[in-house]
Design a protein around this ligand. Structure first.
Ligand code: ATP
Ligand code: MG
Length: 420
């Protein structure tokens, strides 16, 4: 049963680490495809878990597919997967080239490029915000008349909330357009001159975590997203499972199911972000052909008893994946951020890992520059709380968060201010 080699496109990051550990514990050899500079930055511990690697240039997809497929053939690789948002399209191309379970290479572009996504979702009858692709400020002004205010301005193929702004006025929209144009584009990506203007969807935000195997989709959980208000919507936490009224849950599942098929997800995880309005109508904001980030995999593991990492390996290997919950608990993650930019002086009061707190992570070194949260990358740390009931778990998470003290020197003559 075991022993088949597995290849990950980009092996860095916590989700990749969990998949690598799950693969190693089942006796799989694990290979990585990585950009040379990124591979050089892998920790010694990560490199030690890898049997081999192929270094390639992800900015040249045709060449990368060729090199990765050749490496895969040489090493008898029987599964290819990624949790890196920017590499999901490449993963589909490599899987198709090798005849391995994966997503439809002709359609998964629509799970990456939000202009193509809006078109594919609308064509499939999925409720999604009216979206316009624009190039310059002249088009912006004309589009604002059409889309209305507030609107959302975002990069065409961004992730991690980078360069996404909810704009409430024409002046704010012009600044937001510039922020979207100049947002980072890992691996080159789409033309930075084009940006998206999208109608604002009011309501409560959720994501749906799903796994599709051989075209059949299982929705594992609806996740409640805790998000800041204002111009920059930054996630402050996630909780699952969210229990929606049955008709609302049915509407959410219906839209998400249609979205998954519209963007060609055939074998793999998906993370679909939706907004449910006051009348229970569900709008799909975006869909990604990968497992959710932000510790949602850990929440699934603790709340539902599903080993999502093993399941994703099984899907990639074409083996039946175990996707039925074995527990019915609740789990939440809270992200730790700084309220203003400056130099990190100290922090204290982090929860201790133990019963009901299975995960605590701090990633900002003392003395480093920290930013007011404007994107997911600005998180300083996070912790997960689990337990039997939602109320008890959420209360504990709030209480633990209140004990965390983050001291940041804001680069002024002011003394160091304690920040929560
Ligand atoms: N059309 C919209 N209506 C209302 N809110 C929106 C809309 N589009 C985006 N947002 C808000 O902005 C956030 C980030 O937008 P979006 O998900 O498109 O960006 P992203 O870079 O893909 O983020 P991530 O990778 O963190 O999911 C959303 O989670 C939501 O809070
Ligand atoms: Mg999003």
């Amino acid at each position: 049963m075991t022993g088949v080699a597995v290849l990950l496109l980009d092996a860095a990051g916590p989700e990749s680490g969990a998949i690598i550990r799950a693969a190693a514990s089942r006796g799989h050899r694990v290979y990585a495809a990585a950009a040379p500079a990124e591979f050089a930055a892998y920790s010694g511990e990560l490199k030690a878990l890898l049997t081999g690697r192929v270094l390639t240039d992800f900015t040249r997809p045709a060449q990368a597919v060729e090199e990765i497929a050749a490496h895969a053939r040489r090493h008898g690789i029987g599964a290819v997967l990624t949790v890196n948002e920017y590499l999901t399209e490449l993963a589909a191309l490599v899987c198709a080239e090798l005849g391995l379970p994966g997503n439809d290479p002709a359609r998964v572009h629509a799970a990456r490029n939000k202009a193509a996504m809006a078109q594919a979702l609308a064509a499939a009858g999925v409720r999604t915000p009216h979206t316009r692709l624009i190039r310059d400020d002249r088009e912006l002004q004309a589009t604002l008349d059409e889309v209305g205010l507030p609107c959302v301005i975002k990069p065409v193929a961004g992730a991690g909330s980078c360069g996404v702004t909810v704009a409430a006025s024409p002046a704010a929209a012009a600044a937001a357009a510039e922020a979207a144009r100049t947002a980072g584009r890992p691996y080159g990506g789409e033309d930075g001159a084009h940006i998206l203007v999208q109608a604002y969807a009011p309501g409560t935000e959720y994501s749906v975590e799903s796994v599709t195997q051989a075209g059949t989709t299982t929705h594992l959980a609806v996740t409640r997203k805790l998000v800041t208000g204002g111009a920059r919507r930054v996630e402050t936490g996630h909780s699952l499972p969210a229990h929606l009224p049955a008709p609302v849950e049915a509407a959410v599942h219906r839209e998400v199911h249609a979205a998954i098929h519209a963007v060609g997800i055939h074998d793999g995880a998906s993370h679909t972000e939706v907004i449910v309005d006051a009348t229970g109508e569900c709008t799909v904001i975006e869909i990604a052909a990968r497992l959710a980030a932000g510790q949602i995999g850990i929440l699934i593991q603790h709340a539902l008893g599903i080993d999502i990492w093993a399941a994703l390996l099984d899907v990639a290997l074409g083996r039946p994946a175990a996707l039925t919950p074995t527990t019915h608990r609740h789990a939440t993650v809270r992200f730790l951020t700084s309220p203003y930019a400056g130099r990190l002086q100290s922090f204290s009061g982090l929860p201790t890992q133990g019963p009901g707190v299975p995960f605590v992570r701090w990633r900002a070194p003392l003395g480093s520059q920290v930013l007011q949260p404007g994107a997911n990358a600005h998180r300083l740390g996070s912790f997960v709380v689990t337990g039997e009931g939602a109320a008890e778990v959420e209360e504990r998470a709030v209480a633990l968060l209140q004990q965390v003290r983050i001291h940041v020197d804001p680069h002024t003559s002011n003394p160091v201010r304690p920040a929560r």
